[in-house]
Design a protein around this ligand. Structure first.
Ligand code: HEC
Length: 121
C-alpha cells in the first residue's frame, strides 16, 4: 500500500496507538493528588490522615478522605464547620483564620471522588 491510502492507514494506526497509551497512563494514575498545604501538615496531620489511603495517627479522628466524601458535604458546609471552632471536638484545639479555613476546605475537597467506598460501620 502506497500513496494517500497508506498515509491514512498510518494516521489511524497512530491515533489508535496514542489513544491506547493515554488509557494506559490513566489506569496507573487515576487522578492527580494535590500536596497537602503546609498548614494542614502542621496543624491537622498529628491526628488526621490527610492523604488518601492512609490511617489517622489517632483512630478517633476520621481521615480527611472520609470527611471529604461525607454525604451532603459541600464547600459551604465544610467552611461553616471549620469557621466555627465551637463545633470542634474538645481534643481538637486548633484555631483557623478565615483564610486558613478556605485553604483547608479547598484541599479537603480535592479528596472527593465518585467511587469513594466507605468502610461498613
Ligand atoms: C488533637 C487531635 C486533632 C487535631 C490536631 C485536629 N483534629 Fe480534627 N478531629 C479530631 C477528632 C478526634 C475528631 C473526631 C471527633 C468525633 O468524631 O467525636 C475530629 C474531627 C474533625 C472533623 C469532622 C467533624 C465531623 O463533624 O465529622 C473535621 C472536619 C476536622 N476534624 C478537621 C480538622 C482540621 C482541618 C484540622 C487541622 C486544622 C484538625 N481537624 C486537627 C482530632 C483532631
Amino acid at each position: 500500500m502506497t500513496g494517500p491510502k497508506a498515509a491514512i492507514a498510518t494516521g489511524i494506526a497512530l491515533a489508535l496507538a496514542s489513544c491506547a497509551t493515554t488509557q494506559e497512563a490513566q489506569r496507573e494514575e487515576p487522578r492527580e493528588l494535590a500536596e497537602p498545604p503546609v498548614l494542614v501538615q502542621a496543624t491537622c496531620m498529628s491526628c488526621h490522615a490527610v492523604t488518601p489511603g492512609s490511617f489517622s495517627p489517632i483512630p478517633q479522628a476520621p481521615t480527611f478522605e472520609h470527611i471529604a466524601n461525607l454525604d451532603g458535604l459541600t464547600r459551604e458546609t465544610l467552611i461553616a464547620f471549620l469557621a466555627d471552632s465551637h463545633n470542634y471536638p474538645d481534643i481538637m484545639d486548633v484555631d483557623l483564620s478565615r483564610a486558613d479555613v478556605e485553604v483547608v476546605a479547598d484541599y479537603m475537597l480535592t479528596l472527593r471522588r465518585d467511587d469513594y467506598k466507605r468502610f461498613p460501620s
